[in-house]
Design a protein around this ligand. Structure first.
Ligand code: FE2
Ligand code: FE2
Length: 331
């Protein structure tokens, strides 16, 4: 352990409290960008163009090498048609979970905005974000409907668990925006990686590019909101947040990155092979990299105490800065 590392969170130097006017300027800029560069789920996606039609056997739906199921003997032994059909269902499932997450997010943002006073700079931006998330959900659901798959998203217990995030949106906004990062960062990572160096189906590519553009604003807002509010919390609350963060990000990253059990069951993928694949160092690295930016944000916020760092490692979402990222180890 580094002998100069702070022993407790109370000893940790805080990031300087952000200038309120700088935060207001950033939020105003994000709001302006939401007006200048936004997308409509139906007007801005050429759903009925012939090249956008979905053929479940299209090889462009096959999984990239870095996806956990692509590493299994089961997947490798399937015909190209089955591999494509599985890949399509994997994308559709990710959209189902993404849309459900966005549903919770929209309700949380609306709850938070509901209690804001007149003149609050966040009010306008939060409503822009709600509108954008709603457009994303429409895009995702339209893709699912056109895919011909009947995929499932979150389990019932996971849906019920979202009530905690909703309560936090009013009473513990810092925790709520941690939840926002926990869902958005891994999806941002997966989508950027899906686009890199691959011939994606044009419909999937269009949806992914629209989503990435607008999510960049959402991530920027969530990070800057945390940078403004976390330093104002009491030492006890910051300590609790530091310990809670790795538990939250560990479970949310798995929710977004791992294949859903319902999907594996519907294709009869042997669970043992999937578990084995998930233990592969490159697969562990994918999970840790999916929250790399969030980990950096927590460090900047002074939330990476020695105890928190141990928890990040125990939750499988820690990566040494010096380690070569899996995204560079694999083509
Ligand atoms: Fe979204
Ligand atoms: Fe978002």
């Amino acid at each position: 352990m580094n002998p100069t590392a702070p022993a407790t969170l109370a000893d940790t130097p805080l990031v300087p409290q952000a200038d309120t006017s700088a935060f207001a300027a950033l939020v105003a800029r994000l709001s302006r960008q939401s007006v200048e560069k936004n997308h409509d789920a139906y007007a801005d996606v050429a759903w009925d163009s012939p090249e956008m039609a979905i053929d479940p056997h299209d090889s462009r739906f096959q999984l990239p090498d870095w996806e956990c199921v692509a590493r299994t003997d089961w997947y490798k032994s399937q015909t190209p048609q089955v591999q494509a059909a599985f890949g399509l269902a994997r994308y559709a499932t990710a959209m189902k979970v993404g849309g459900e997450f966005e549903n919770v997010l929209q309700r949380g943002l609306l709850t938070h905005a509901f209690w804001l006073p007149n003149g609050a700079v966040e009010f306008r931006y939060m409503h822009h974000e709600v509108i954008e998330e709603s457009q994303h959900t429409l895009m995702f659901q339209e893709f699912i409907n056109r895919s011909g798959t009947n995929v499932k998203g979150l389990r019932r217990d996971e849906k019920l668990g979202s009530g905690f995030a909703l309560r936090c949106s009013r009473t513990r906004p810092a925790l709520f925006f941690m939840f926002v990062l926990g869902g958005e960062d891994p999806v941002d990572y997966l989508q950027r990686r899906s686009l890199a160096g691959r011939d994606l189906h044009p419909l999937l590519e269009r949806i992914t590019r629209i989503h990435l553009t607008e999510e960049a604003r959402h991530l920027s807002f969530a990070r800057n909101y945390l940078k403004r509010t976390v330093p104002q919390l009491s030492a006890t609350r910051r300590h609790a947040l530091a310990l809670f963060a790795p538990l939250l990000f560990g479970s949310m990253a798995r929710m977004m990155v791992y294949p859903r059990p319902s999907l594996l069951k519907s294709f009869g993928v042997p669970r043992q092979q999937v578990r084995q694949s998930l233990r592969h160092p490159d697969q562990r690295a994918v999970l840790a990299e999916s929250v790399a930016k969030t980990r950096r944000t927590c460090t900047e916020l002074g939330l990476m105490t020695p105890a928190a760092k141990l928890l990040w490692k125990a939750c499988g979402v820690w990566a040494d800065v010096s380690a070569k990222p899996a995204s560079r180890r694999q083509a």
